[in-house]
Write a protein that binds this ligand. Structure first.
Ligand SMILES: Cc1cc2nc3c(=O)[nH]c(=O)nc-3n(C[C@H](O)[C@H](O)[C@H](O)COP(=O)(O)OP(=O)(O)OC[C@H]3O[C@@H](n4cnc5c(N)ncnc54)[C@H](O)[C@@H]3O)c2cc1C
Length: 686
């Protein structure tokens, strides 16, 4: 299945770039037409630029002879290619109904009355173009059309690069699932690469927000993601700046600079449009890339953003190069009168606007407004691009992107229908924590979420039903459990509904609400392959590790050491997951809970809430060790490392906590290059 999807994608890319422009028979027709059309013929031309060549017999004859001579010069099978050349002649003369017979006939007739090329007289007989001239002009067309073909090839190279990276990642994912990695990660070389390049954050922040100026904040890719993005960008630059064949006689364009502007403009435009399918592919939730490579959605979104930015770069180069070309050829005003040009300008403006609209500041503070306007602007950009290139070509890239987008939306709808509409029980715990339990209906195909997976929830409230928000889910078999902390948007509306329901009923801090569930999304981590598992989790990051710990403790066939470290600021989150935590009671999971509030007076239960938080402590104390303060991640990892066998570290928690865990794990791997240490991170943010 996966292989067929990969093959299909590759075929789509090849199809998108399949039209060849640099064909001798086409260049011959164009070159001969351009030379002969400039002559003065004894014929009153119509409005159509090529009317003389198509309608006036001596001109048509000169044209066919010129084409035949060019084919002969290059040693091609003249008859075969002459017939092929009619395809281009036919399309140029489409409004004059020139037939292949007429075209062939004109060749034979004209050869009888042929005279030398003459730029100065009014012609009423066929003329021949001398070899030097026709070779130069054909070569000029070859330089021009060759650049288009090379640009197409380079687009395929760009997509192939991404494809190869994904395949390598898919191999490592396969190695992950089959324990081959546990063998590979014994080697120092591998571990140095992992410790220095593959695992660490770029500069200490990856999940946590990187802040520069007020609006220039956002998420930085990890070091490995940065390498991949940098290679993609460099490849794009190399493909943009190499492989140009310049016509030294400047036959088609008025000077080298004009040629260069045109060629760079074409190249950057074609490369830009080849980014489309990648950008769409990496933005989609239901994504085969995720299954194939095990990439988190946040990684896909990082690729979506950065490939998008690289496309913006190409589009700007395209726009600048074409503007320079239009100015140098004094055709700017004329071009602005053409719809294709206007739509090109519009597409560039929309794209620049879209880039500013996607800044981290807006995403973080107005996510829904960002999302819908982002989609609206993306549609406007696609439409303008389509109108821009509709009559030129390369629309296949747009159709492929559109197909991916529509297909993914359909899958999403199917996924929502698969789970069906359910009535969720929502319970308020503490000030702002909501425990949402969603019963599963009996289904013909069993719906199941694996540990660490998440769903998108639609709360069927008139204020927010169109929104969907991601939440990690614990699947207990008959029901799903989601614990969410109310923020300022949709989750706050749900919180208000619970409080309103409480005022009107005897059920304290409890309500029911219809929900739609879309998912499950994300992949699970193969922890069952390890002898030694350390969970480092905190805050809202508890559900994934908890689901893993429950599953591991239920299905253990051999002795495995499981350490679970939970760092929480307050105890309400433990209360929210109390049923699941109690499942660990008689398991071999060593549970340590760190309460990170620093003030000594802020003891358990001191936060104002509707439940007594301290109630949770006696229930957990029999099998959990409580600490006050932050966990020392390095010593916890060292402690787990003192056990024998491969160690899996799984983290999910507040972003700063996760980034720290990632960097400490990376440095531990470097310090212990012969130990097998796998790092899994389930925190996601985009
Ligand atoms: C994979 C994943 C799993 C998550 N699991 C949990 C969980 O188990 N429990 C929990 O409490 N929270 C979880 N979150 C966070 C949760 O999705 C957000 O808190 C929620 O979307 C906020 O909704 P809001 O409209 O109230 O947010 P707002 O107050 O509008 O925004 C709060 C923050 O959430 C971000 N956000 C808002 N909507 C979305 C969205 N649709 N997609 C991504 N980010 C968004 C905003 O950028 C902002 O940074 C998870 C997030 C992700 C990405």
């Amino acid at each position: 299945m996966m292989i067929s999807v990969v093959v299909l994608c590759w075929n789509l890319v090849v199809v998108a770039a399949a039209v060849r422009h640099d064909r001798l028979e086409v260049n011959a027709v164009q070159a001969c037409a351009s030379m002969l059309n400039k002559l003065s013929w004894d014929f009153e031309p119509g409005l159509n630029y090529f009317s003389t060549l198509c309608e006036y017999e001596p001109a048509l004859g000169s044209w066919s002879i010129c084409v035949s001579d060019v084919l002969d010069d290059s040693g091609l099978a003249v008859d075969e290619y002459f017939n092929k050349s009619f395809e281009t002649v036919g399309s140029i003369c489409s409004s004059f109904n020139v037939s292949l017979e007429q075209y062939t006939e004109s060749l034979h007739n004209a050869s009888r009355y042929l005279q030398p090329f003459d730029r100065h007289s009014t012609l009423h007989h066929p003329v021949s173009v001398d070899k030097t001239l026709r070779t130069r002009v054909v070569n000029a067309f070859h330089c021009f059309t060759g650049n288009l073909d090379r640009s197409d090839d380079y687009s395929v190279v760009l997509c192939a690069y991404v494809g190869i990276v994904l395949l390598i990642c898919a191999c490592f994912r396969f190695f992950d699932l089959t324990a081959i990695n546990a063998y590979l990660f014994r080697y120092k070389f591998m571990n140095y690469i992992r410790g220095y390049v593959a695992l660490p954050t770029l500069n200490g922040t990856h999940s946590a927000e990187y802040k520069s100026w007020w609006c220039l904040s956002g998420l930085l890719p990890s070091r490995l993601e940065t390498c991949h993005i940098a290679c993609f960008f460099l490849l794009n630059i190399v493909l943009l700046s190499t492989g140009y064949e310049v016509d030294h006689y400047n036959v088609l364009f008025d000077g080298k600079l004009v040629q260069l502007c045109r060629y760079v403009g074409d190249r950057s435009g074609i490369l830009a449009i080849a980014h489309f399918p990648l950008i769409i592919l990496f933005s989609t939730r239901s994504n085969f890339v995720e299954c194939l490579t095990g990439f988190k959605y946040s990684t896909l979104i990082a690729l979506h953003k950065w490939i998008g930015r690289i496309m913006v770069f190409d589009v700007l180069v395209h726009s600048i190069a074409y503007t320079a070309y239009a100015l140098l050829t004094h055709s700017f005003l004329m071009s602005m009168g053409e719809w294709y040009f206007r739509f090109g300008v519009l597409a560039t403006l929309v794209l620049v606007l879209l880039s500013f609209w996607s800044l981290g500041y807006i995403r973080k503070n107005h996510y829904e407004v960002f999302l819908y306007l982002h989609i609206f602007m993306a549609v406007a950009f696609f439409f303008s691009c389509w109108k821009h290139i509709q009559s030129i070509g390369w629309t296949n890239w747009i159709y492929i992107s559109l197909a991916i987008w529509i297909f993914e939306r359909l899958i999403r709808i199917i996924r929502i229908l698969h789970f069906g509409v359910a009535t969720a029980n929502i319970q308020l715990i503490g000030k702002d924590l909501l425990r949402v339990t969603i019963p599963k209906k009996s289904q013909f195909m069993k719906w199941r979420a694996l540990p660490g997976q998440y769903v998108f929830l639609h709360f069927m409230d008139p204020m927010i039903f169109w929104q969907s928000h991601p939440f990690t889910v614990i699947d207990s078999g008959d029901e799903l459990v989601v614990v969410l902390r109310a923020k300022k948007g949709a989750t706050n509306v749900v919180l208000k509904r619970v409080i309103e329901a409480t005022q009107n009923s005897s059920d304290k801090f409890f309500t029911k609400m219809k929900v739609c569930v879309e998912g499950p999304y994300g992949t699970t981590s193969p922890l069952h392959l390890f002898n030694n598992v350390l969970f480092l989790c905190g805050g809202s990051g508890l559900p994934g590790p908890l689901a893993h710990a429950i599953e591991l403790s239920k299905s253990l066939k051999h002795k495995v050491v499981i350490d679970m470290v939970i760092a929480v600021r307050s105890l309400d989150i433990l209360e929210a997951y109390i049923n699941e935590l109690l499942e660990l009671q008689r398991s071999q999971v060593h549970l340590q809970i760190f309460v990170t509030r620093s003030a000594p007076t802020a003891q358990y239960g001191s936060i104002s809430s509707n439940i007594h938080e301290q109630a949770v402590v006696p229930r957990l104390k029999p099998f959990a060790t409580f600490h006050v303060g932050r966990p020392d991640l390095q010593s916890l990892i060292n402690n787990s490392l003192s056990q024998n066998g491969p160690l899996a570290i799984l983290t999910c928690g507040p972003p700063v906590f996760v980034d720290k865990a990632r960097d400490i794990t990376a440095s531990t791997i470097v310090k212990n290059p012969t130990r097998v240490i796998e790092y899994f991170e389930e925190y996601q943010c985009w």
